[in-house]
Design a protein around this ligand. Sequence first.
Ligand code: FES
Length: 482
Amino acid sequence: MPVLNGKELRIVGFLCNWCSYGGADTAGVARAGQPTDLRIIRVPCSGRIDPLFIVKALLNGADGVLVSGCHPRDCHYAAGNFYARRRLEVLKQFLPVLGIDDQRFEYTWVSASEGQRWQQVVTVFTDRIHKLGPAPRLEDSEPLLKIADMALTSLRPLGTGQHVALDRLKEAIKARLPELDCVIGWQQGYDGAHTVPLFMRTPEDVDKLVWGPFNVNNPAVYLPSFKGRKVGIVVKGCDSRSVVELLQENLIRREDVTIFALPCEGTLDMARVNQELGRYSRIDNVAYDEAGVTVTADGKEHRFCMTDFAQGKCYGCAMPLATVADTRIGEPVRVAPGAVTPPELALLDSMSLEERMAFWRGQMERCLRCYACRNACPMCVCRDFCVAESRDPHWMSQDDSTREKLFFQTVHALHLAGRCTGCGECQRACPVGIPILALRQQIARAVGQLFDDYKAGLDPAAVPPLLGYELEEKNIHERDWK
Ligand code: FES
């Protein structure tokens, strides 16, 4: 007997077998009237619910998703719902960045004897979804491609790194080289305005090492492939956080890695640099000064001021220094207190939910699904078994639709929850320049706000928030179902 009048909406309920499913059953046996919009999927435990189940349902036409498990401390498997609580709360804060109203998703706890509570929960939630109406579909939104320019302020001086004692660094590397298989750094690429990774095995290789705002790659991405071998790496601040995260996840061993660190003064957004340079046949000169770089290509000068052309991640970066290092060269950089929202995220913050959905529709239409974002990510380490390509489990099709592409980006972002160091390699590697780092930045912001300002890549011994729990969470509270 429907409690709510009118057309049914599509609401998916993930219910733990041991409590909430029993609670729904108790409500049914007691003939407690309930809305008929809910389609229940029974799961062994709320801890079994991957947040991606919820995103997939919402992207594929569900108007609302309700998750219900055993009350905290009552989980049949002791702690499944404690882990679920953290994941689901992070997801709730993540959904709006996709343009999905977080009111369309809720989670709660109902025990097998609480038929009445179940009736209340499902009625209140269904009522809420009816008030919101049918969920907007990604495919129905008008693609939004126009991007507003965001104000750029930085927490530290951005520069070209030309005062760094590169010679001292080279000497330090040469001194350690005999005991290492190789040292990873950067060398000039096909011209003076581009760099590529450098694998130094001889002193002659070390002489090719360069330092400056064109050193955009994160060399930590190569470290797992050297596992078990002695390897050195030259890092910027953000690169060192990736090294710490790899150590934390036991993907490399500290005793095998020698870290050479320099203070970073920011790196250039190569997508914008390349756009400004346009087509050219030769670089005549690259001149550095305090504020930026002047590149002369085919006789024409192009000015790249660091305050205008740095990567988005550099403006909010408060860690120009390596978090862990064996050899440090150069003077510490002063960082102003406070926080700056990176421009990619600030852009999405400035939009309404509808605009965000339209924005992702437009961006995903441009996505080639080349997986460059995944392959460049130092923390995306299971790419041989990536769910994006797996047939078992078959999480997503190879369909070239905006929905599947956005779902892939969501998979990548959620798999990095509490692990992403914000190095921005995903965005830098994107051949069409989609600002996908914003998705990771939103998750990092949610994780920081919920879990004592936690930041990935600072402490190799830290337990990532989504791998732990508190019996009483400081910042996560049960919602009122009245
Ligand atoms: Fe019900 Fe774990 S068994 S939440």
